[in-house]
Write a protein that binds this ligand. Structure first.
Ligand code: IPE
Ligand code: IPE
Ligand code: MG
Length: 233
């Protein structure tokens, strides 16, 4: 059977170290990292991937300095100003998972506008995880489920598949392939439930240097792997 690759998730890590290596501010790394989102999104679209989920800001990233957080909050505007036209031409739909409401109003406006403008696009979904944390998502899903039971909207008979419907990724399903750049081998609270059976690839390259060719190499590795899901081949 032909193996499919529908949902790819990337932990875009290493912007700060990339900048430091060349004696630049961390913000310069974030700037170049943001430009690279365009390159990898266009490559993923061309490869026929359905959903590309990118970890852009975690619930833990609020711990960083106000200066760094403020800079990160400005990047969506820069990204969509530069690339929205091209993303629209490629029929790409923008989606967001995470908390919308904790961002500055201007950032929220920019994100809402990109989602609204692209909502009828039928191509790849470019799904940004922003102010996203997997544990937070799972706890919220449990609260929503419990409320449904208490309100007699459903019976207390939750199944694994139904639980996925309470998550912010309900329309996209499980992750097939997860890539993390920059050498760290951990998940940092990203899509824990959705990656139960994901293939994972960890590369040393820092995110701003991660090229479409590197991405293609990861996809090739994915197709060379044997996904058994607990069964026997
Ligand atoms: C990833 O790069 C971007 C965000 C987390 C927002 P980092 O900023 O984590 O870069 P390093 O890991 O410090 O090099
Ligand atoms: C994960 O990277 C979050 C994003 C890429 C947005 P971090 O750099 O925040 O993760 P840790 O702190 O190294 O685990
Ligand atoms: Mg990092």
């Amino acid at each position: 059977m032909e193996k499919s690759l529908s949902h790819v998730a990337i932990i875009m890590d290493g912007n700060g170290r990339w900048a430091k290596k060349q004696n630049k501010d961390r913000s310069f790394g974030h700037y170049q990292g943001t430009n690279n989102v365009r390159n990898i999104a266009i490559a993923a679209e061309a490869m026929g991937i359905s959903v590309l989920t990118l970890y852009a800001f975690s619930t833990e990233n609020w711990k960083r300095s106000a200066e760094e957080v403020n800079y990160l909050m400005k990047l969506p505007a820069q990204f969509f100003d530069a690339y929205m036209k091209e993303l629209m031409e490629k029929n790409i739909r923008i989606n967001l998972i995470g908390h919308f409401d904790r961002f500055p109003i201007d950032t929220q406006r920019v994100l809402k506008r990109a989602i609204e403008r692209s909502k009828d696009n039928t191509g790849m979904v470019l799904n940004f995880a922003m102010d996203y944390g997997s544990r937070d998502e799972i706890v919220n899903a449990i609260k929503d489920y419990t409320a449904d039971v208490i309100d007699n909207k459903r019976a207390n008979d939750l199944s694994v598949n139904e639980f996925s419907d309470y998550l912010m990724t309900s329309e996209f399903g499980d992750v097939d392939l997860m890539i993390r750049t920059s050498g760290e081998v951990r998940l940092s609270n990203f899509l824990l439930w959705q990656m139960a059976y994901a293939e994972m690839i960890f590369v040393e390259t820092h995110w701003p240097d991660f090229t479409p060719n590197d991405f293609k190499e990861c996809v090739k590795q994915y197709y060379d792997r044997d996904r058994r899901f607990g069964g026997v081949k």
